[in-house]
Design a binder for this molecule. Structure first.
Ligand code: NAP
Length: 542
């Protein structure tokens, strides 16, 4: 009998007996409520390793007191955070990031169970910790050693100059409820937590069930670090229950996930009647546009093909920013397919614990079934030109127990129809959409109905300008990629803490990140009016 160990959470080992498939029941993940760890008494839902199908953890929030959670944040966490100046909050973030950074090797091991390769995990784990460092340093450089932020200059109102106005930001008195997607269990939590801490607002983290064990491991360290005051962060592992019913006008719901779930949460009375702030980062049909100048042999052609292949492979295409629509001049379609084929033929799909593997598993068998179904729907107006969505031969893994899928490229045969612009296959899938005239490109890009990110790969400034002017209103971020910036480019799919992340319409209509803009999402802007002396004194002493 062969034993294999799976390290679940710091200090604990669960032994799985392979071969016979008998095993110990995996650990129930605990929530963190009002200063204590809470473990649900029922069996909960068992989540399994994406690559092996072995149980990893159980998840349940049954019996969790959601009212106590929100009250603790408001009565304990909020006042404690607001008692710190911006500078002190920024210093706390640095302590937190340093603490987590020293422990990240354990997160990387655990991340393999999500199906992510070690390279994929860098974006999630190091990306999340790095984002925390960035917010700390922006806070230390750009925020005052006080409690109040000014917005713009003094506004003269009275003709004699005795009456003026000044916009100011103060911390919301409520709580930030994060509801996160499965694909970034670490980054998704930290990119929202860091600006909320700077803003002086406590957070409740609710990770997606499927990968909650990784968020839980990091959360244990967040609490153990002591970097943040008690109540500044709490954790709900499992369903949100009636949590939203306790929220109101001073609170923020920061959602990341599918457009369908966003619509449900947006309809809650906390939002529709109490006017809780609701920020949604949802799915989108992001496009990447190849310029007609970027023919085979140019650096831009190679950059385009490389970028699309990388987007498909990274996290097995499970990134909200992944290129779903590749808009290509009609005459260049065959060259792009050939270029992609050359790159994708080298992809090794399999168990991410095997070092030769370059693309891991989807997060679950259910996710794979959904992606296959979406490919089937896309195929109504497209043909598969690379890969077989129904068959894969993974390295070091069982194709039926692990959620593996081959990279798939489709070629749209009727771009007038809606399928390729509306159906998100949240996996290693992209659709090439040929365009005949450069004038068509902007309209095709806009058919995504609002996207997180788009890219244009071209060295022709006139083409780039025309595309940017038509596409920008439909996008939260636009990458113009060419030979001059490629060396330092962070890529189409990677949100950066300095730049806004979010998009209009289908992308959710929300906005995150963007340096200190993110902090202000958790603060109230107030127009102060009075005499110049009174306004100056208020600002000086706050
Ligand atoms: P999802 O099914 O919508 O779930 C997202 C989160 O919502 C999970 O934490 C889920 O909890 C929770 N949830 C579901 N129903 C709820 C309810 N009635 N009340 C409260 N919470 C509820 O999305 P997903 O499958 O995790 O993520 C994949 C999708 O997210 C893709 O469509 C992708 O494009 C999108 N995404 C967008 C971004 C972005 O930044 N724009 C980033 C990543 C992913 P449970 O897991 O416990 O059900």
């Amino acid at each position: 009998m062969k034993l294999r160990e799976n390290r679940l959470i710091e200090g604990e080992l669960t032994w799985f007996v392979t071969g016979t498939r008998s095993r110990l029941m995996p650990e129930m993940l605990a929530s963190y409520v009002a200063g204590e760890w809470y473990t649900a008494p029922d069996e909960g839902a068992t989540v399994v390793d994406a690559a092996t199908g072995d149980p990893v953890a159980r998840v349940s929030s049954t019996g969790l007191d959601t009212r106590k959670l929100v009250e603790h944040a408001r009565r304990v966490g909020g006042p404690a955070l607001r008692g710190l100046t911006f500078q002190e909050r920024a210093a706390a973030l640095k302590d937190l990031a340093t603490y987590l950074d020293a422990r990240k090797a354990a997160y990387h091991e655990l991340s393999l169970a999500t199906g992510a390769t070690r390279r994929d995990a860098t974006g999630d784990i190091d990306g999340g910790i790095g984002t925390t460092f960035v917010f700390s340093s922006r806070g230390r450089r750009e925020l005052p050693d006080g409690y109040l932020l000014t917005d713009g200059d003094l506004e003269p109102v009275g003709k004699a100059g005795t009456f003026v106005g000044q916009h100011v930001y103060t911390s919301l008195r409520g709580v930030v409820l994060q509801v996160n997607a499965f694909n970034f269990p670490v980054w998704g939590m930290l990119e929202k937590l860091a600006p909320a801490v700077l803003a002086g607002v406590p957070t409740i983290v609710k990770p997606a069930t499927q990968t909650a064990y990784l968020t839980a491991a990091v959360m244990r360290d967040v609490i153990a670090s002591g970097a943040l005051p008690e109540g500044a962060v709490q954790f709900v592992c499992g369903g949100a229950g009636d949590l939203l019913d306790h929220l109101g006008g001073e609170d923020v719901i920061a959602f990341t996930g599918s457009a369908g779930t966003a619509a449900v949460l947006r309809g809650n009375a906390a939002v529709t009647r109490q006017a809780a702030r609701f920020n949604a980062e949802t799915d989108s049909l992001n496009c990447s546009i190849l310029g007609p100048d970027a023919v085979t042999g140019t650096p831009e052609f190679d950059l385009y093909v490389k970028e699309i292949a990388r987007e498909i492979i990274t996290k097995a295409g499970q990134r909200c920013t992944c290129i779903r629509r590749a808009l290509v001049p009609e005459s260049m379609v065959d060259d792009v397919i050939a270029g992609l084929r050359a790159r994708l033929d080298k992809v090794v799909v399999g168990n991410p614990r095997n070092d030769t593997v370059t693309m891991g598993a989807l997060v679950s068998l259910q996710q794979r079934a959904e992606v296959r179904e979406a490919v089937g729907a896309l195929a109504r107006t497209s043909e598969v030109v690379y890969g077989n969505p129904m068959s894969v031969d993974p390295v070091d893994a069982d194709a039926e127990r692990g959620a593996f899928m081959a990279p798939v490229v489709l070629l749209c045969t009727d771009s007038e129809r809606s399928e390729s612009h509306e159906i998100e296959a949240f996996g290693p899938v992209t659709t090439l959409i040929p365009y005949a005239q450069t004038d068509d490109v902007g309209a095709l890009a806009a058919r995504g109905n609002g996207s997180l990110v788009g890219s244009v790969v071209s060295y022709d400034p006139d083409f780039v300008r025309a595309v940017v002017m038509t596409a920008a209103p439909h996008h939260g971020r636009l990458l113009v990629l060419d030979r001059d910036c490629a060396g330092e480019s962070t890529g189409h799919g990677t949100p950066m803490p300095q730049l806004v992340h979010g998009g209009p319409g289908r992308a959710g209509g929300g906005e995150e990140l963007g340096g200190l803009r993110a902090v202000k999402h958790f603060m109230q802007r107030t127009a102060l009016q009075g005499s110049p002396a009174v306004i100056a004194a208020l600002i000086d002493r706050s």
